[in-house]
Design a protein. Structure first.
Length: 59
């Protein structure tokens, strides 16, 4: 799982020997996440969600 997938560049650089792997990613920015979903439709990408968790110092 790529925890901050951005536009999915990491998915585009997967070696040929891993082409059958399942790809998962999370992107907080919904625009960038939607772009990644368009570029890599075979990947499971969640975008714009935090699941209610806060980073330290964030409220």
């Amino acid at each position: 799982m790529e925890s901050a997938c951005g536009s999915g560049n990491f998915f585009g650089l997967v070696p040929d020997s891993f082409q059958d792997s399942r790809l998962f990613g999370v992107e907080l920015d919904s625009n960038t996440g939607r772009l990644a979903k368009q570029l890599y439709p075979g990947a499971s990408i969640t975008c714009g969600e935090r699941g209610g968790a806060y980073l330290e110092g964030e409220r």
